[in-house]
Write a protein that binds this ligand. Structure first.
Ligand code: FMN
Length: 208
């Protein structure tokens, strides 16, 4: 079964749960090829458009820990077809992701495009890189014009990705997307408001 994501996700417990539900054979018989261990142009374009994602790390006590990451569109950089990187800041002084990665480098990300109802999830190994050790990478991940100091870089080595179905993703739009979609309407309103003001002024003039 060339299905990279499931090769990782299908632990004995998961397979047992599938068996209890009578669907384990469905995956054993899977004939498709979803190796998905290298990003293609489709994923590269999708990643370049993202302004946020969620990343789960694993704690030493076995708890999953999920953190939201946000930045300018494209702040999660594709270094090559198996490598991602992003900047980490001083933040809330908790260093939970950093600490977790120190003991277990396995991470899982989910990237959402709410407007187009698409989601990309992936497994990767994370590595912490100090900006002074790799200045070129530091330049790549530092958002232009953003004054916060990059404390470290998370470099992620892809193991496998998968696309989820769009079901149950409720479309949501960023302020930027709403503004672009309503720009024509706003321009029309501005013209009408100006016209209204001119008419009011003319009426006031005629009355006086
Ligand atoms: C000056 C400054 C800039 C920050 N910039 C970002 C940012 O661009 N994106 C982001 O997701 N978090 C940003 N943060 C928040 C921290 O990075 C975040 O709290 C931290 O990564 C939490 O990590 P942890 O949950 O793994 O402990 C910033 C925090 C500070 C203080």
């Amino acid at each position: 079964m060339p299905y990279g994501f499931l090769d990782i996700a299908l632990t004995p417990g998961v397979v047992a749960a599938q068996a209890r539900m009578g669907v384990d054979q469905h995956w054993q018989d899977f004939k498709g090829n979803r190796r998905f261990e290298r990003f293609t142009e489709a994923e590269a374009a999708f990643i370049a458009e993202r302004d946020s994602f969620y990343m789960a790390t694993v704690s030493e006590t076995g708890w999953p820990y999920v953190q939201h990451r946000g930045g300018p569109r494209g702040f999660l950089k594709l270094v090559d077809d198996r490598t991602l990187a992003f900047a980490d800041y001083r933040g809330n002084l908790q260093y939970i992701s950093t600490g977790n990665i120190g003991s277990d480098d396995k991470v899982s990300l989910i990237l959402m495009d709410y407007a187009r109802r698409a989601r990309l999830k992936l497994f990767a190994h994370a590595e912490i890189v100090m900006p002074e050790d790799e200045p070129e990478l530091a330049r790549l991940v530092a958002p232009e014009g953003y004054r916060a100091k990059v404390e470290r870089i998370f470099r992620l080595r892809l193991e496998a990705f998968d696309w989820n179905c769009p079901q149950h993703i409720i479309p949501r739009f960023t302020a930027e997307e709403v503004s672009a979609a309503t720009r024509m309407m706003q321009e029309r309103i501005a013209v009408l408001e100006a016209e209204n003001a001119a008419l009011k002024a003319r009426l006031a003039g005629a009355a006086g």
